[in-house]
Design a protein around this ligand. Structure first.
Ligand SMILES: [Zn+2]
Length: 163
């Protein structure tokens, strides 16, 4: 009994989900075989599901390779146990739970904030440089005036990001 990894509850891998569904539907425990499992056919294996006529293994990307050797299709096989072909593939890696989404949003916001702070820091140095030039007697050329306007624009953009 202790050998039964299948009895351990929830794992989100498609293979574990399939194995659980097959076991609870057929009452038969999937058997390890090579890199995968042998399973009774959920379509034509009833009522006893004694003969193990299908194979399932996990591809490197986490998808399940499901092959009934009895002539039934993989689609019929999974439909019989309330799953769809999409259930043979790993869930997308995007955040799933509200908490994961909250953290992802927070991290994205942190990136924006730190970019905005870098802009403010840079523009402050531009201001200091221009002030130094003016103090040293440089004229306020059109070019410098335009650059000062760009400082204002960039600070406004940063403010929009931060507020
Ligand atoms: Zn079959």
């Amino acid at each position: 009994m202790a050998s039964s990894a299948l009895a351990i509850v929830p794992s989100t891998s498609p293979l574990d989900r399939l194995l659980h569904a097959v076991e609870s539907f057929t009452g038969r425990r999937p058997r390890r075989s090579g890199n995968g499992y042998r399973l009774p056919c959920t379509v034509c294996g009833g009522p006893s599901y004694r003969s193990y006529k299908a194979a399932a293994s996990e591809a490197t990307n986490g998808a399940i390779l499901l092959k009934p050797f009895c002539g039934c299709t993989a689609a019929d096989y999974v439909h019989a146990i309330g799953l769809s072909l999409g259930d043979l593939f790993p869930v997308r890696l995007a955040p799933q739970t509200p908490e994961e989404r909250r953290i992802a949003r927070q991290q994205a916001r942190l990136c924006y904030v730190s970019a905005a702070v870098r802009v403010l820091h840079h523009e402050a140095h531009v201001l200091a440089a221009i002030a130094g030039m003016l103090r040293a007697g440089s004229a306020l050329t059109d070019e410098l005036a335009e650059r000062l306007q760009r400082v204002v624009d960039r600070v406004e953009d940063a403010k929009a990001t931060l507020t």
